[in-house]
Unconditional design. Sequence first.
Length: 572
Amino acid sequence: MPTMLIDEPLGITCVFSNGSRAEYSLSDLPNPGLVRDLAAGLVDLIHPHGTADSAGTVTFYVLALKSMARTLAERGFTGDAAQLRRGLLAEYWMGCTGKQEALTRGLVEGFARSGGGLGEGVLELAAGRHFNIQPNRRSLAPYPEADWQRLTEVCRTLVDESYAAHRRALAELPSGQHPQTGGWTVANLRWLLARLGPVSTPRFAAELGITEGALFQRGGFLQANAELFPTHNALIAYRLLFGIYSGIVPDGIDDLVTGDVDWAGDSTVLLSYIKGRTAAESVNLPRRAVRLLEQWLSHSVLLRSMSGPQERRRLWLSLSRPGQFTVVTGSGARAAIQRWVVRHEVFTQDGQPMKIHRARIRTTHHAMRDKSTWAGRGRATIDPNHTPEVEGDRYLTATTPVQQQAVEAVVEDAQHDMLRRAHPPTVITEEEAAALAEGYPQLVAALDLDDAAIAALIGGQCDVFTAACGDQLSGLHGPKGKPCPARPWVCLLCPLAVFAPRHAVNLLRLRAFFSRQWQQMPAAHFMAVFGAYAARIQQVLDRFEPSVLASATGQVDDVDEELPLRPEEMTA
């Protein structure tokens, strides 16, 4: 079995899907009974039983296991997993980090799945809501189309120019001579390099019987080396462009070897690669990626023929400097790419150097591919074979007077909603009817208010939870002639609402409610439900005097009981 629990000495041995192995010792920990049970749960999480399929992932679990065993031992726990109780686990998980909690919960659940016995309610606690709420992790957004085009054009230009220079250099090799007899020219330097191979600068200078300084003074060596052998500069352009064309994960591109390329005819390639967090995958490359791969293999064939067995099997083979093969990974690779961005002026629309994140390249590739299936246009159509006119006539045209009336009502409601959101809030700072009439004549005219109605509006007789309502029977959010059924936050965008300093306390309570909802709801869900109201409430509060807000803040307890909420609207 690829993944095994070893009892003497206690530990785990793993074999992952890519053939790599890893071993972890757990013999130096207190409370070996608990450690063994948690290790059994870890085995259930590792390939082929679970999804953990890399040494890095398993290392995180092992570190979490060790930390949990030591912490519980310090608190006096000496039993095995069956003796764990809800109170002890809750205390531990509430006191650790969110990452630690997530990993150790997985160990407890894995132990239960492997047949281990747990105390009453322990599995339910482990599988339930986490105490340490993880922050919303948003996937990287696709690059803007202008930035994407700029990156693609720069990569394509560099790839084509470097390959064209390489082809010209190869074509001139037969006419070259040794520089000592034929003269010091770039063509003759290339001729000698093609026979010596990718040698270092001191080695090349020694072959000519001159010093390294004299070699650079005469010039031409670096140019000849760059034209014959792919440089790191060209390699970055090739790999970025390959990601743009194929959409393969960055770690899959980095670790490719020549044996991963399976040619199925002249124009089809089945590429096998390892996705570090999962397992081996394969993909039929798009036509552009196939042609780019052919070009790269042709570009690097001379360097590959003069390299050792280990270097020869690497797909991405280049020189970072004469005689030195490129071996850059991790932060060094990211730094090299960003220097490449600045060198070739790959700037965004605001003039800043474009930040290259290769996982974002993959995301953009899939986003652009999805758009290309819809005739390459940004708009979404019902059928990509239909023009907008055909779709409008066939699918969106109302065929009866009742349907036409319903469509117009939907359009009018949407237009009114947009106007209400764009209209600034009506906020009064003085408790005087004259101030309202003078400062907001358009509101007085629209509502047809007389002096008595204005006095009622200012005096508080027309107050709802967050504002004073100009006409609660107008039917903006319900049947005309009936009291408005809208929820308290809907008043924030209502044109009938007038906000006065006496409403500051309830407005702050409502803002606190939005804050609690933000913490428990996914960001996209919150923005769809409360986003517009949360933005408007800040506009209203910004118009109040700071002294008013300071006085009102002391009356806010930040609890649901302060608002007229329905049961389903309560925060957890």
